[in-house]
Structures are given as structure tokens and as C-alpha cells.
Design a binder for this molecule. Structure first.
Ligand SMILES: C[S@@+](CC[C@H](N)C(=O)[O-])C[C@H]1O[C@@H](n2cnc3c(N)ncnc32)[C@H](O)[C@@H]1O
Length: 348
């Protein structure tokens, strides 16, 4: 099975996020990609201006048959490139390429193994600061598997693993608990989701631990590719000093900023002629839902009173109201009501 839009629609959507326009001021100078046979990421990167003929492309492929043809694909589009035919773990990133890497889409679609983690650790200083690196991994969906993987990935670093696990408890399940267990199948479904979320957090912890620089989690998207649960994790490496509270910060970032509904949601246009939902012009049929509370970094009701938050809410409400052709005051009221509701659910 290939990776085209038709064969793997979710893969295509994730690729669109990872290679979205405007991430760089100009085309990258040096990139690391895992383009596979067809190089769909290369095609999109060129289209969106992240890459151009002068970009130095380091293409990595562990499958020798796929790697054999990669040179042809690259020579059509780039003046300079390097094909690493082997696992990324054996790529000496400091020895190839004319400069540090300023864009990377490491589309593994597999587990974050200790070997990959070691490679990231060894070469994290080869990535330019303040640019985004996108990773895709398989979201390990068994708690036991997750524990083993995280223990293996960063053996001595997680002393308080139980506490972190406790911190990872998923909203979905806690909501079920507070509302009472309604039915077993719903409960099972929710618990399965919980484990995936925990696994995703584990991957974030492992990344944070292996990258020996401060990183910010920009986006975490859970998606299903064929039959497996996957995750896209976009991080920015910064120059700030790493602190002991970083692990806590990951959970906070994940809980507070991205939200559990950060998976790709489908919004298929309604079929019936009845009551139609309003679709914003130009909006795709899918989107990442980010709660308003998380968008504006609102943790308590007091935050709603902050002048900067008030101003940002007004600006945002005005923009949305204009698109929807509705009263901006009403839109603002709706948004605030939504935030208040979500604060109530979260018990704040
Ligand atoms: C998901 S595909 C890439 C798809 C492509 N980025 C796209 O957008 O269509 C991942 C490719 O990377 C290769 N790969 C996965 N893990 C690897 C690793 N650790 N080292 C080298 N290649 C790897 C796989 O063999 C596969 O061809």
C-alpha cells in the first residue's frame, strides 16, 4: 500500500500539517526527510515553498529497494542531496549537508525505539534553533507496553513514573467516572482511548528526555492510519536552558494547550437538505479542534478578567463573526459561555 491521498487520507492530512506553508521565512537550506517511494512530502514541500531547487535534501530510507530509486526522484527536483540507505540510527548527521538542518519531517510511522531516541539525542544540536521538527510515530496503545518502552527509552531519567502515569489520567475516563459507568462497551472504548493518550504522552516524555535542549510541543495530533493509531508530534527546539520541571511542563502543555480533542475530526458536509451547518469559507472538511480555553491559555475564571485575554477574545470573536456574518458581540458571548462551561467540567 502506498501513501497517496486516495490510499491513506489521514496520512495525507497529517502531511499537510507537517508541510504547511509559512513555517519558514524562506525555503529551507537543509532538510531531513523520509520520502519513501513516491516522495509525496517532497512534492508538497516544493508546492508550499518549504523546499526549492537549492535546498539540500537528506533523504533517509532503511529499505534498500526503496532507497535504490531515491536518487532519481531527488535529482529531478534538487541540485544537491544525500541519500542515506540504511536506518536513520546510522546516519552521521554532522558529516552530511552543508549546514545545520532547518526543517525536518521525520515520518517514521513506527515506534519510537531506543535506537531512534539515541540518534535524536546525539544529533539534536544539528538542528537550527526555533524551527519545527515534525515526527510521526505509532501510538503504542497498551499501558504495559508503554511503561516498558519509556523505561527502555530513558532508563534512569524517570524516577517518578507512577506519579506521571497518575498525572496522565485521561479526561474521557475521569468524565465517565464522575458521570457514573453507564455501559460497559462505552467504558471499554473510553479506556482504550485512554491508553493511547497515555502512550502519546509517553512518547512526548521520551522525546523531551532524549533531546538535550529545551523543546516546545507545538502540536500533537492523534490519527488513525490504516488500522493503527499514530501520532504527529511537532516540536520546536529552543535555546532556553532545560529545567527539572520540564516533564511536568509536557503534561501541562498537552493537557492545557492542545487538549484531548486534538485528533483530526471529520466534518463531512451534511447530505440532507434540512438544517445545514455553517461551513467557514475555504475551510477543509476536517480540522483540529482546539478548545477556546486552550487557545487563549485560560486556566481559571480569573484569567477571563485579564485585559490581554479580553482583548484577544474580542479580536478573535470579531474575526469569526465577520466570516459567519453574525453579530460579534453575540459571538463573543458564545465563546465566553463555552469557556465557562469547559471550566466547570474541568472543575476550575
Ligand atoms: C511513512 S513512510 C514515509 C512517507 C512519506 N514521508 C510521505 O509523506 O508519503 C516511512 C518511510 O521511512 C522508512 N523508515 C521508517 N523508519 C525508518 C528508520 N528508522 N530509518 C530509515 N528509514 C525508515 C520506511 O521504510 C518508509 O519507507
Amino acid at each position: 500500500m502506498g501513501y497517496s491521498q486516495k490510499e491513506r487520507p489521514n496520512k495525507a492530512r497529517v502531511r499537510e500539517y507537517a508541510l504547511a506553508k509559512g513555517q519558514l521565512e524562506r525555503a529551507a537550506k537543509c532538510v531531513v526527510l523520509l520520502p519513501a517511494e513516491k516522495g509525496h512530502d517532497i512534492e508538497l514541500g516544493l508546492k508550499n515553498g518549504l523546499l526549492n531547487r537549492n535546498t539540500f535534501v537528506i533523504a533517509v530510507e532503511k529499505n534498500p529497494i526503496i532507497a535504490k530509486n531515491m536518487g532519481k526522484l531527488l535529482s529531478k527536483n534538487f541540485n544537491n542531496f544525500h541519500v542515506h540507505a540504511g536506518p536513520i540510527e546510522t546516519l552521521k548527521l554532522d558529516e552530511v549537508g552543508p549546514c545545520k538542518v532547518d526543517y525536518a519531517f521525520l515520518d517514521f510511522c513506527g515506534n519510537l525505539t531506543p535506537q531512534i531516541a539515541d540518534w535524536i539525542d546525539q544529533y539534536s544540536n544539528q538542528f537550527v534553533s526555533n524551527n519545527v521538527i515534525h515526527f510521526t510515530f505509532k501510538a503504542i496503545n497498551r499501558k504495559k507496553q508503554f511503561q516498558n518502552s519509556i523505561i527502555k527509552t530513558c532508563p534512569e531519567s524517570i524516577n517518578n513514573i507512577d506519579r506521571h502515569l497518575e498525572n496522565c489520567r485521561n479526561n474521557l475516563v475521569s468524565e465517565l467516572f464522575t458521570n457514573g459507568k453507564k455501559n460497559q462497551s462505552q467504558y471499554n472504548r473510553m479506556s482504550n482511548k485512554t491508553n493511547i493518550i497515555i502512550s502519546i504522552k509517553a512518547i512526548c516524555v521520551a522525546l523531551q528526555k532524549t533531546i538535550d535542549r529545551e523543546i516546545i510541543f507545538d502540536r500533537i495530533i492523534k490519527y488513525r492510519d490504516t488500522t493503527a493509531e499514530m501520532v504527529l508530534i511537532s516540536v520546536t527546539i529552543t535555546d532556553k536552558e532545560k529545567t527539572e520541571t520540564d516533564i511536568e511542563k509536557i503534561f501541562f502543555d498537552y493537557d492545557g494547550k492542545v487538549g484531548y480533542n486534538s485528533q483530526i475530526r471529520y466534518k463531512t458536509p451534511p447530505k440532507s437538505k434540512g438544517k445545514r451547518k455553517k461551513y467557514l469559507p475555504g475551510r477543509e472538511v476536517y480540522k483540529v479542534e482546539i478548545q477556546h480555553r486552550t487557545r487563549f491559555n485560560i486556566k481559571t475564571r480569573k484569567d477571563l478578567e485579564k485585559p490581554a485575554v479580553k482583548a484577544a477574545l474580542t479580536k478573535y470573536a470579531n474575526e469569526i463573526a465577520k466570516i459567519l456574518k453574525m453579530d460579534p458581540v453575540k459571538k463573543r458571548r458564545q465563546i465566553i459561555a463555552g469557556i465557562n462551561r469547559s471550566l466547570t467540567v474541568a472543575g476550575r
